[in-house]
Write a protein that binds this ligand. Structure first.
Ligand SMILES: Nc1ncnc2c1ncn2[C@@H]1O[C@H](COP(=O)(O)OP(=O)(O)OP(=O)(O)O)[C@@H](O)[C@H]1O
Ligand SMILES: [Mg+2]
Length: 326
């Protein structure tokens, strides 16, 4: 399939031509397919924000190209303007960029700038507010009277209201508690599924990207050393550690089990997968799997009642507190 957005040999120098010149990206070939949900991971300062700001033309390459549906986004000013409506970018801590008097006006800002007629702007504002779980009563409030989690949802609604075909989000759950994060991730997943949009999520959380994304792109010192489905990327455990990234907690637990001689798969990275793998191992019996290395042998598995101690969507959600989110 042809990429919806891609970079070719993208290099970006900050403060080029000065003594402070700094190469943030070096010959990056990045691509995303229509309808794909991918995550960009990398340690702080690796170049994640620099890369995604090229995708909607906010930053210009020092050299190389950014293509949307195969055409250079900097071909003309008009082309760059069009692409900005198709590639929606949600900045890190976007709530600091709310500035209008009401939530309604803030969400309407993008669609109005696209030149849509007032009825269509109204439809989009109401639809995207519903999308992110904001009640109609909130629309006439000042964004500054809202809680942190609500403000962030307003900011995301403002980008979704442009109905971008590529939705790029820079650490959208940063600073939120587990239930606030889960709600935002639910909203993003719904947008991805209902609009068949391409989602590009920048995140520091291995657990988060393992659960949400179909493909991971690793950035390290301004280059992409590897990318692939989570199971493939997390099999590079040692390299990821040296890049300051690590792997999800479940992957570490299962690597330890394997090191102890327990026959469990290496490609476990979420809690539901861990539960499946443990259940399968119990069904095979302790002798075959070596499970007794992990504890006392009391009963044969056929007699054992296994009650999974994990929450369906991950351990971290066990502490969810709706009020605490906001
Ligand atoms: N405006 C700027 N001027 C000069 N250097 C910059 C500028 N913005 C970023 N950099 C540098 O470019 C490199 C990449 O920065 P970038 O913000 O893309 O990293 P990041 O992966 O998004 O980091 P984080 O996880 O902290 O958000 C870093 O070394 C950073 O210090
Ligand atoms: Mg960043």
């Amino acid at each position: 399939m042809d990429a919806i957005i891609e970079t070719k040999e993208l290099t970006h120098l900050y403060s080029a031509g000065t003594p402070f010149a700094h190469t943030a990206l070096q010959g990056v070939d990045f691509s995303a397919q229509p309808g794909e949900y991918l995550a960009i991971i990398g340690r702080t300062g690796s170049g994640k924000s620099t890369l995604i700001q090229h995708l909607n033309g906010l930053l210009k390459p020092t050299s190389g190209q950014v293509l949307f549906e195969g055409t250079d986004i900097f071909e003309s000013k008009e082309r760059t303007r069009q692409v900005r409506c198709q590639v929606g970018l949600v900045f890190q801590y976007p709530e600091y960029q709310l500035f209008e008097e009401t939530v309604y006006q803030d969400i309407a800002f993008g669609p109005k700038n696209m030149g849509l007629d007032p009825d269509e702007v109204d439809r989009r504002v109401r639809q995207s507010a519903r999308f992110v779980g904001l009640e109609a009563g909130v629309l006439e409030k000042s964004p500054f009277d809202l809680s942190g989690g609500q403000k962030r949802r307003v900011a995301i609604a403002g980008v979704i209201a442009m109905e971008p075909r590529v939705l790029v989000l820079d650490e959208p759950t940063a600073g939120l508690d587990p239930s606030g994060s889960a709600r935002i991730l639910d909203n993003i997943r719904t947008y991805h599924e209902e609009k068949n949009a391409c989602v590009i999520l920048v995140s520091h959380s291995m657990e988060e990207v393992a659960r949400e994304a179909q493909r991971l792109v690793v950035i390290h010192r301004g280059t992409i050393p590897f990318s692939g489905p989570p199971s493939e990327v997390f099999s590079h455990g040692e390299e990821l550690e040296t890049m300051g990234l690590g792997v999800p907690a479940m992957t570490r637990v299962f690597a330890r089990l394997r090191a102890l001689g327990v026959d469990v798969p290496a490609s476990v990275y979420t809690v539901p997968q861990a539960r499946e793998a443990v259940l399968a191992a119990l069904h095979r019996g302790p002798r075959k799997t070596g499970l007794w290395l992990c504890g006392e042998r009391k009963k044969e598995p056929a007699d054992m009642e296994f009650s999974a101690p994990f929450a369906e969507n991950g351990m971290e959600q066990a502490s969810s507190d709706e009020k605490g989110a906001e």
